[in-house]
Structure formats: structure tokens, C-alpha cells
Design a binder for this molecule. Structure first.
Ligand SMILES: Cc1ncc(COP(=O)(O)O)c(C=O)c1O
Length: 330
């Protein structure tokens, strides 16, 4: 298998930490959190692990400009904006939606990091995303720059390496903590984190099943996306891993009203975890995923081991634009 290029951007390894107060309250397995929210400061979260591989390839190709895309509150865009600034690269962001007068959360940080922001109405964005990315790349080329396009969430055969290698780190964490979890729960949005963990744990901790908690789209969509990203990874890396042997699990009952919108029960979980453990979850990704984990335990599922693991993928800046809903005040 061909080893990928990599640039060290994240603070690794991240801690694996038990949530003892919450676990005692729930009376089930001991809940552990892999603190990937601590993988960096402003650029923290799951994206920095993927971007270590994606940006390394961009630099290898001589890029001086990163072009990528996402929602107005995209954590991936914010991480790319800040890492681009750190490396002296220009960053062009193609965003879905209408720019608000007062930029908050991730969008505020995109602007603070000096990224160029181009927003398009949701319909046009959905219909023309690849053309829009190409157009901004072409504009960069026309002004003498060398652009590199990163797909949504850095989820492709290159980004998958981020959580393939995180799986080795998790195997070492489990050995050090003396635990044998049978379930690992993580938020899934563009599928790359789920794909990397599903293949990575299959290789390094085969007794532990990955469950992606969908924040948008259904289990069928994620199955196809995970297989597509891993198929791309196989083709690029020369891996012979049998994708048919993978157990791809997506829990799609916790999406709530839609992408970016949480229901009252999820918001209550966010408050509960902040108040019981001092741990911050966000209303778009980790809040839904952690709420899903608690609901599964409540329904007597995922309880067949003494320990269960949640991967905290970051995203806390997404709390700020939704401050009133999160606090439960109108
Ligand atoms: C905080 C957070 N958690 C989880 C995810 C899901 O990761 P992925 O896009 O790899 O599915 C994302 C991005 O989509 C994210 O920003």
C-alpha cells in the first residue's frame, strides 16, 4: 500500500477521557470521549486530521490557494481558513446560503482568518456546486495562483486517511486504558470520518463496531458515501481491503427537524452534558450524535460491554449562532 503524504497540523494524540458523573447518572456502560475537539484551538475538531493529508497533497502539487465549500456555519471551512492562514495559503470558500449582516460562529472565524467568502443561494449551490468550485479555481488561476479544490468536508479517498490513522491511535488508547469497547459512536455528515473509522477499526480493533449518527440524509445515503470514499481510497493507495467485509452502521433516527436544526430533546442533552461534565457539544453535529448514543442506551442497545466510546468531533463554534435555542430561551 502506498503511504500518503502528511503534514503535522493537529495536536496528537488527543485525550481519551471517561465521563464518570454522566455514566453514573445513566447507570449503563462507562462512557468515554475521544477528545478530537482538542486536536487544535481554532482549527480543532475532526477536519484537521483529514486536512493533514489533503493539504499535504495540495502543497505537493504546488498549490498556493485552497478552494473548498460548505454551509455558512461549516466547521470544515473554518478549519481550512485557519490552517490556510497558518501555512500562508489563500483560502476561497464557496458557501451555501445568504450572508448575514452580523457574522457569527464559524463564519466570523472564516472572515477573521482572512478567507475570501463567496455565498450562493441554497438552490444554486446544490445544483451547481462543482461548477462554482471550478469557477473560483479558474479565477485564482487567471490571477496567477495555483488552486487546489477540497471536496465537502474533505471527505474523499485522501481525507479518509485522517480517521484510518486515528483508528491506530484509538487502539493504543484502549490498550492504555485497559478497555475493550464494542461500540464507538460518532457524528456523520459527509461520511469521511465514518468511512475512516469503519475501515480503521475493522483493521485495528475488529471487536469494536462504529456507528455513525446521521445529522442529515439516511442510512442508505451514508452506506453509499462510505463505500465511495473507501473505494477512492483503495484506488489511490493500492490497498486490497475487502470493502464487502465491512460492517457499515448508520443510526439515522436522530436527525431531528433537519440539517443544522436540533429538536428540544437534543438541546436538553447539550445542556445536560455541559452541566454534568463541563463538556461542550454543538447543535449541528456532536449534540445529535451524543443524544443518539444516550437514546440507544436508554433503549437497552449498545450495552453489551462495560465501556462505550464517543468521538467528539469538535464544532463548538456552532453553539454561538444558536445561543437562544441552546439555552432554551425564546
Ligand atoms: C463537528 C463535526 N462533527 C462531525 C462531522 C461529520 O464529519 P464528516 O463530514 O466526516 O462526516 C462534521 C462535518 O461534517 C463536523 O463539523
Amino acid at each position: 500500500m502506498r503511504a500518503p503524504r502528511r503534514i503535522a497540523l493537529a495536536r496528537l494524540p488527543t485525550p481519551l477521557q471517561p465521563l464518570d458523573r454522566l455514566s453514573a447518572e445513566i447507570g449503563g456502560p462507562r462512557i468515554w470521549v475521544k477528545r478530537d475537539d482538542l486536536s487544535e484551538s481554532g482549527a480543532g475538531g475532526n477536519k484537521v486530521r483529514k486536512l493533514e493529508f489533503v493539504i499535504a497533497e495540495a502543497l505537493h502539487q504546488g498549490a498556493d490557494t485552497l478552494v473548498t465549500c460548505g454551509g455558512l456555519q461549516s466547521n470544515h471551512c473554518r478549519a481550512t481558513a485557519l490552517l490556510g492562514a497558518r501555512l500562508g495559503l489563500r483560502v476561497e470558500l464557496v458557501l451555501r446560503g445568504e450572508l448575514p449582516e452580523d457574522a457569527d460562529g464559524n463564519l466570523f472565524l472564516d472572515l477573521l482568518a482572512g478567507a475570501s467568502v463567496h455565498a450562493y443561494p441554497a438552490r444554486r449551490y446544490q445544483a451547481e456546486l462543482s461548477d462554482l468550485l471550478e469557477m473560483h479555481a479558474a479565477r485564482a488561476r487567471a490571477s496567477g495562483r495555483c488552486p487546489f479544490i477540497i471536496p465537502t468536508g474533505a471527505s474523499d479517498g485522501l481525507g479518509v486517511w485522517g480517521y484510518l490513522s486515528a483508528s491506530e491511535e484509538l487502539a493504543a488508547d484502549f490498550r492504555a486504558a485497559g478497555i475493550r469497547p464494542r461500540h464507538l459512536v460518532v457524528a456523520t455528515g459527509s461520511g469521511g470520518t465514518q468511512a475512516g473509522l469503519t475501515a480503521g477499526l475493522h483493521l485495528h480493533v475488529p471487536a469494536c463496531q462504529v456507528h455513525g449518527v446521521a445529522v442529515c440524509d439516511d442510512a442508505a445515503w451514508f452506506r453509499q458515501k462510505v463505500l465511495a470514499d473507501l473505494g477512492d481510497w483503495r484506488a489511490r493507495s493500492g490497498s486490497t481491503l475487502d470493502l464487502g467485509a465491512l460492517r457499515i452502521s448508520t443510526l439515522d433516527a436522530y436527525i431531528g427537524p433537519g440539517y443544522g436544526v436540533s429538536d428540544a430533546a437534543t438541546l436538553a442533552t447539550i445542556r445536560r452534558v455541559a452541566r454534568t461534565e463541563g463538556l461542550l457539544l454543538d447543535p449541528v453535529y456532536t449534540g445529535k450524535a451524543f443524544h443518539g448514543l444516550l437514546q440507544e442506551l436508554e433503549a437497552s442497545r449498545l450495552r453489551d460491554a462495560e465501556d462505550i466510546v464517543f468521538v467528539h468531533t469538535g464544532g463548538i463554534f456552532g453553539l454561538f449562532p444558536q445561543r437562544a435555542q441552546v439555552l432554551g430561551t425564546p
